[in-house]
Ligand binder design. Structure first.
Ligand SMILES: [Mg+2]
Length: 226
């Protein structure tokens, strides 16, 4: 039994994303520093993001709306309009920010595409994910691209024609690893140095779960799955 299909996560697996969110969060904190009491601002932002995921989904636009909501709440409605304008500008900059591939991304994807069906499985703002994939130059290597609202087991069951002969490669335990295993596929965790709280989960107790140090180790790890 060899692996035929490989699913790749995009954000923070093939290219950097989370560090841009962190930089924007720092800008958010700086912008609000003179308008709110110090402390708990980041906790409030995270709570707003969690609260809004079901309505806004994942991605930059929902993040910007959650920053604005938090700014209004934290200042008891007194946040100046120019600060709101700065937050909107920060979001637009994120949506225009050039992507940077992670080390080994290009060579690994191209090498694995020779002998496997590759599927890109990602969530976030549709336009933004399409833009980043186009900019990555990796689009040709993928046989299918799934941009979904959330990465749950049913998404993997549908994306892979034979889950037991498929492996999902990604940085998020919550979105890439746990639901892929639940769908009957294998899962290969490629840890990222920055992890969004929402994407954390415990390691699954499954013999179909593996972890590598970085993307460069993925081809050999895929070979070893059986
Ligand atoms: Mg990811």
């Amino acid at each position: 039994m060899t692996i035929r299909e490989i699913g790749f996560d995009a954000d923070d697996t093939l290219w950097h994303t989370e560090r841009l969110f962190r930089l924007t969060q720092e800008r958010f904190a700086d912008l609000l520093a003179e308008h709110v009491e110090a402390g708990h601002l980041m906790e409030r932002l995270l709570a707003a993001e969690r609260r809004n995921l079901g309505a806004y989904g994942f991605g930059v636009k929902g993040f910007v709306l959650s920053m604005i909501e938090t700014a209004i709440e934290a200042t008891d409605g007194r946040v100046p309009a120019p600060v709101i304008a700065e937050l909107l500008a920060a979001g637009r900059e994120m949506l225009a920010h050039p992507i940077e591939l992670k080390p080994h991304a290009g060579e690994v994807v191209e090498r694995l595409a020779r002998d496997h069906r590759l599927v890109l499985i990602t969530k976030g703002d549709l336009l933004d994910q399409e833009r980043k994939l186009a900019q990555s130059g990796l689009g040709e290597a993928f046989d299918a691209v799934e941009i979904v609202s959330d990465k749950v087991a049913s998404v993997y069951a549908r994306a892979f024609s034979e889950p037991e002969r498929a492996v999902m490669v990604g940085d998020s335990m919550k979105s890439d690893i746990v639901p892929a295993i639940a769908a009957g596929a294998w899962a290969l965790h490629v840890p990222s140095d920055i992890v969004w709280e929402v994407e954390r989960a415990d390691d699954p107790r499954s013999e179909r779960f593996r972890r590598v140090a970085h993307l460069g180790e993925v081809p050999e790890a895929v070979e070893g799955l059986r």
